[in-house]
Write a protein that binds this ligand. Sequence first.
Ligand SMILES: Nc1nc2c(ncn2[C@@H]2O[C@H](COP(=O)(O)OP(=O)(O)OP(=O)(O)O)[C@@H](O)[C@H]2O)c(=O)[nH]1
Ligand SMILES: [Mg+2]
Length: 213
Amino acid sequence: MAQASVAKFLLSARAVEQFPRPLDFEAAFFGRSNVGKSSLLNTYTGVSKLARVSGTPGCTREINFFLIDNKYYLVDLPGYGYARYSKDEQQRWAELINEYISLRASRILGVVILDIRRGLTDLDVMLLDILKSHDVNYIIVATKIDKLKTNELRAATLLLKSQIKSAGFDGDIIRFSSVTGEGKKELYNNITKKYQHYKEVQKEKTDGVFVDE
Ligand SMILES: Nc1nc2c(ncn2[C@@H]2O[C@H](COP(=O)(O)OP(=O)(O)OP(=O)(O)O)[C@@H](O)[C@H]2O)c(=O)[nH]1
Ligand SMILES: [Mg+2]
């Protein structure tokens, strides 16, 4: 089975106080505005209208938490870099996203989503730097691959991998399309494996506390 069996929307948060209680693991979808974060969440869960999708950038305007199989969260974040929002608004979101990362770093897997056609941008590098500075593990997903022909896709993949490596990050990428579902199984397996791992790490931490006491 390559998708979550029960996915439900939990809440939308515009402030730290509104975040749900932390679980052992949450996969958080980061990326530029309009890159396809919410679409990816819908494809991943197999529930087509779970997260709101729009052709207009800036669609997701708060941090949305989804509970998957009663085990972990998927977190849909506002996109960064949408110029038509005021500087104040962009600043507020950047602060909220930063707070989110620093508060829950040990539980987050960053799913950094890029548009295969646009490559790695400065804003993506900024985000990867923030994740790295908080020791947050991440995977990189290149989406909208259905928009390229086979030979274009091959070239774009090579270019993206080399851009990521030259910027000092891990060049592995998962190629994905919300239209064809390609990459969904690989992403699902990857996230599920990470969930198991984080669960064990959290358990060891808790057990450790009891042993020490
Ligand atoms: N062809 C194609 N279109 C996609 C894919 N993923 C998303 N889109 C389209 O891209 C647009 C933006 O998708 P969203 O999922 O809303 O993007 P987002 O990153 O959540 O955007 P914000 O919430 O504004 O940050 C929509 O028109 C989607 O239908 C994909 O894999 N292939
Ligand atoms: Mg969105």
